[in-house]
Ligand binder design. Sequence first.
Ligand code: SF4
Length: 373
Amino acid sequence: MYDDSSLPPADEVQTRFGIDRRDFLTFCAGIAATLGLPRAAEAQIASAIVSKERPSVIWLHHQECTGCTESLLRSEHPTLDKLILDIISLDYHETLFAAAGHQVEAARLAAMEKNKGKYLLVVEGAIPTKDGGIYCKIAGQTSLDLTRECAANAAAVLAIGSCASWGGMPSTPPNPTGSTGVGEALGRSDVVSIPGCPPNPYNFLATVVHFLTFGKLPDLDAKNRPLFAYGRLIHENCERRAHFDAGRFALEFGDEGHRKGYCLYKLGCKGPETHANCPIVLFGDVGMQSWPVGTGHPCIGCTEQGIGFAKPIYALADLKNQRPPVTYARAVEEQGGGATAASAGLVGALVGAAVGAGAMLTKKIRHDEDGQE
Ligand code: SF4
């Protein structure tokens, strides 16, 4: 239990965000769970969001498909897209700005001057470096020069999506424009990466809310990814893991095993060598199966440099912590004895659900006006 008096009053939340306090606290609980913080952090996050000045964000686009922005703003959750724009002060965003040309460039320069040393620079898309970076230009500047200029006085630089993190799709061979990620292009080792194609909106927002609440960025792994989101292999939390352990695999798309929800390892799933929280946080808030593996497609490893967009989909994942049986039973042969497909599926669901219970349940928590569950 936490002290209810530390939570923002309902009318203030309604006025500021246009949603009731129950939805707001549900959102804060989801962010706290995503960050792996204890229950009491929900109140601290709620208080920081309401009382602290919104961080200024300068958002650049380079070589990309705008899918990262789309995933943030096209969320099925009724409040997420709204809250994003209320939690940050989006002072420059080429896709969303109604203004254009000199007007919008002047707004960017003014915001950078006003918030010198305090703004967050978010970069979406890879940066071409070949031939002086001439293959992507914005307002007469190359992506490289524009990013250098904006990064110089930023409090932190966030690379959102796989393209900005290490080059992603634009950097695949033969990479004619010399595309690469923000950290490498700038020659900086302190750029925070939030890879994914697209990245989960909660991972971006949780990183920003951590910065807002605690005045610093979350702990990072060796590839500068937030540990709360990229600390575990997808394979560890996958709802099909029990099928993997039992040697039940889909061997072709549409076969018996595929229809029964068996493990997708033999179809090239890269979950065993890909770090991300996709099976826990899911996408779109539409239900338990709203992520690629949940809908029957193997993970392509989009959050992992050297795997996503690099390793062929048919290639088997390098198993980092467990090896499957030498022979693989077809689903139809499985029915004779031992655990049934249904029971194994249930165990798999329970294993996945137990590991991810904190995040998933918290997203569904509803509080009454006294802050009680
Ligand atoms: Fe899930 Fe893929 Fe691991 Fe199978 S190989 S358990 S589908 S992550």
